[in-house]
Design a binder for this molecule. Sequence first.
Ligand SMILES: C[S@@+](CC[C@H](N)C(=O)[O-])C[C@H]1O[C@@H](n2cnc3c(N)ncnc32)[C@H](O)[C@@H]1O
Length: 217
Amino acid sequence: MLSSSNTFRITELGCSIGPNTFSVMQHIVEALKEKYKNNIPEFQIFFNDHVTNDFNTLFRSLPIDRSYYAFGVPGSFHGRLFPSPSIHFAHCSSAMHWLSKIPKELLDKKSPSWNKGLIHYIGASNIEVMNAYVAQFEKDMEMFFNARAEEIVPGGMMVLISPQLSEHLLKFFGSSLVDLVNEGKFEESLVNSFNVPVYFPSIEDMTKVVEKNDCLA
Ligand SMILES: C[S@@+](CC[C@H](N)C(=O)[O-])C[C@H]1O[C@@H](n2cnc3c(N)ncnc32)[C@H](O)[C@@H]1O
């Protein structure tokens, strides 16, 4: 799997600014050193996040005693980030649930998916709202997998970790906004036009998107 340069390339997709990202990367590097103990490679770690991420803080917080070369890679992981094929291990934790955008039907008064008075599919009695989120999640994951399929070397590995649904938090946040509307503090149209762009996939959702994608066969 490693090229003659004996460099092992890891990417952390949706790294934010630390510190979680550093402890995860350290564990991965330690495990790989153990695996390749007879010929320990050099490690390159590519920290990826949106261009708006605070990469300065990330770089300033890099562990001093790290045993890898660190790089920043700005851009959305829903598209290509690396040459093909160059990555040996891709890791993404608590980031995949962010959708690339809000499905536009949620904002369309004429659509059955119009999410009036709510900010998420949590609490929506209308199944069309949930379906719109699922459809966007499936499109995003298809782009994610297609990009990684080009970038990851044959025999490489990908680990994706998705958080559990923060149902209560979203419900409280939504109902607080509705309270503010009822108190006349702001317009109802603002709540109607705001939807949190996160979808928390179930195991079945993830199985479906993986099985559907030919690149992962
Ligand atoms: C909750 S933080 C998780 C940070 C870190 N992985 C951890 O486990 O602590 C989610 C991060 O994913 C990033 N993110 C969300 N969508 C992304 C995308 N399409 N491309 C790159 N980064 C993304 C966000 O900007 C944010 O920094």
